[in-house]
Write a protein that binds this ligand. Structure first.
Ligand code: ATP
Ligand code: MG
Length: 221
């Protein structure tokens, strides 16, 4: 499927194009590839849609995973000039890419997606510092994805959270095969436990909206 941004990523004035002035913009990012940015993006898209929100995805990764999934689901790509309750931005697996910086500058909430493995956590902290440098008014949070509760790493999760300087989202996403199927099949692919988990994540992000407002007002005092 054609990605309109492929090849133009370094030249597009992203910030002015798709910033959502009235809704909430959530950017998914990571320094590393394969941590689950696009999967989380799609799951949140489905959860917010289920919750009756107007929601669209802006895919700024030339791989176009989110755009491809939206194509299969007949979903909503962000359109120029439109505003949505929630705008989700998917990014390339690099902090050096112009698209990642622009997506972070557009964000009300920037979510750094990571596995709970220590080496991945160090990269996540770097990504949080990147957000703080590029977009001081954005709320930066770390999300643990692909968590396996019955493993040592899973059991040590709350301990690992304490070692991270950045703030964590209180809901983790488990490693679930149905999340893999959701990219392409959407909400219908999720079992009850997965739906509950994803909805809880969406709710915790909605509640961050207040944090966005209060942290932004602190910045402007
Ligand atoms: N919670 C999860 N449970 C099981 N599999 C997952 C989960 N999250 C992501 N995956 C799988 O991990 C792989 C990478 O996911 P995804 O493409 O979303 O990562 P990404 O960070 O967007 O990658 P890239 O950096 O290449 O864009 C995919 O096979 C996806 O299905
Ligand atoms: Mg991706």
């Amino acid at each position: 499927m054609e990605n309109p941004y492929a090849g133009h990523l370094a030249h597009t004035p992203y910030t002015s194009l798709y910033h959502s002035p009235t809704g909430m913009t959530i950017t998914l990012l990571a320094k590393k590839g394969g941590v689950g940015k696009s999967t989380v993006c799609l799951l949140l898209y489905e959860a917010f849609r289920k919750a009756g929100k107007s929601v669209a995805i802006q895919d700024w990764d030339a791989q176009g995973t989110s755009n491809k999934a939206l194509g299969l689901l007949n979903g909503q790509r962000a359109e120029h000039g439109q505003t949505y309750d929630i705008l989700l931005i998917d990014t390339p697996p690099s902090l050096e890419h112009a698209a990642t910086a622009a997506a972070v500058r557009s964000a009300d909430i920037a979510i750094v997606v990571t596995s709970p493995a220590p080496a991945d956590l160090w990269e996540a902290e770097e990504a949080v510092r990147f957000v703080q440098a590029k977009a001081p008014t954005a709320v930066a949070r770390v999300l643990f994805n692909k968590v396996r509760k019955n493993t040592i790493l899973g059991r040590l999760l709350s301990e690992s959270s304490k070692t991270v300087e950045a703030q964590m989202i209180p809901v983790n996403l488990s490693a679930r095969e149905c999340y893999q199927h959701a990219v392409g099949q959407g909400w219908a692919a999720l079992d009850a436990a997965a739906r509950e988990e994803v909805l809880q994540l969406a709710v915790s992000l909605m509640s961050l909206n207040n944090t966005v407002e209060s942290e932004q007002s602190i910045e402007t005092v």
